[in-house]
Design a binder for this molecule. Structure first.
Ligand code: M6R
Length: 318
């Protein structure tokens, strides 16, 4: 850890969204990090330096794009840390270091608990690294760990609210298009919310950086378009509130994912209210209602949730 200067995440699909959270988290601590799709990594691999730790994230540990990218990174002289759920997988054999997420077998094609497990591992790595590099002193490191330990209880509180989420999802069961927007550390969660609904409900969904909406995509909003705005307490909350107003003015039907504090700032037709946590930990909570939302939209549409069409659990071709 002491010899690591910066991080390069590589992953695919949902694991890539976890990687984006990892990048944001490390940057929050002032540590340089990049995140790339493993399938688009080729040229960047050649630019890796010795001080870069490559973090390859893969639930299955068998994703061909990720394994190929790891080989390229190693050929360039980089060290590789694998974060995977699968003991003995190809990725564990190729990597220099391995962190197992131990989520248990994930049967459904759509990655859910594996995503949270990946995030948990990333939060541990980032917190530890920040402490090693002196970016978190002893007291702050303790507070960081304590907040992380409170997350499972918060998740249980969210799960109790599933019937509310089901009701909102049912009201959108015939919608053909969904938008998910957010900012900063929750932008990857907007991407993940959109991916989940695409995978298991077969509807068009886009995750977008809220601030980018005005640069083009706002044109697609029509009256009644479902828009899920991930807006927990954050230093970008006022900007987020403005983006939600812009979408509402074009007719978006907004469901805001807020916490008890940010709810006072965000004006939406409907809310999913989460327990409050510090800004940097919020992705661990905001993704839960989006996973449940996708599940209930798919259920209402009578889709096969565990085995969605056209998809395989592990993608072993490039
Ligand atoms: O096994 P992996 O984590 O490497 O898989 C990567 C992606 O194929 C995977 O996350 C995919 O996007 C999921 N089906 C998403 O739910």
């Amino acid at each position: 850890m002491r010899s690591v200067e910066n991080f390069q995440f590589i992953a695919c699909g949902t694991a890539y969204h976890a990687a984006l959270v990892g990048r944001g988290l490390l940057e929050h601590f002032g540590i340089s990090a990049a995140a790339d799709f493993a399938s688009e990594f080729t040229d960047r691999a050649r630019l890796l330096g010795k001080g870069t730790l490559v973090v390859a994230i893969s639930q299955s540990g068998e994703t061909a794009d990720t394994i190929f990218a790891v080989r390229e990174a190693k050929a360039a002289g980089a060290r590789v840390l694998a974060i995977t759920n699968t003991v003995g997988s190809t990725l564990t054999r190729e990597a220099d270091y391995v962190l197992h997420t131990h989520c248990g077998p994930e049967i459904g094609v759509a990655s859910t608990k594996a995503f949270l497990g990946q995030l948990a591992a990333i939060y541990l790595v980032a917190g530890h690294f920040a402490a090693v590099k002196g970016r978190l002193d002893k007291t702050d490191a303790r507070a960081y760990a304590d907040e992380l330990l409170r997350i499972p209880r918060h998740i249980e509180e969210i799960l109790v609210r599933e019937p509310e989420i089901e009701k909102i999802a049912a009201s959108f069961s015939s919608s053909e298009h969904f938008l998910f927007i957010s900012r900063r550390l929750n932008f990857p969660i907007a991407l993940e919310g959109a991916l989940k609904i695409k995978e298991i409900s077969y509807v068009h969904a886009e995750g977008y950086a809220a601030g980018e909406m005005k640069h083009g995509p706002i044109a697609i909003i029509y009256k009644g378009m479902p828009l899920l705005a991930v807006a927990p307490s954050s230093s970008a909350l006022d900007l987020m509130a403005g983006n939600i107003e812009e979408a509402k003015a074009r007719g978006a039907d907004v469901v805001a994912i807020v916490d008890e504090v940010s709810r006072k700032t965000i004006k939406a037709a409907r809310y999913i209210v989460l327990p409050h946590t510090k800004e940097i930990f919020s992705p661990l909570l905001t993704v839960i209602p989006l996973q449940l939302f996708a599940y209930h939209v798919a259920l209402a549409k009578k889709c096969d949730i565990d085995k969605p069409r056209n998809l395989a659990k592990s993608v072993t071709v490039r």
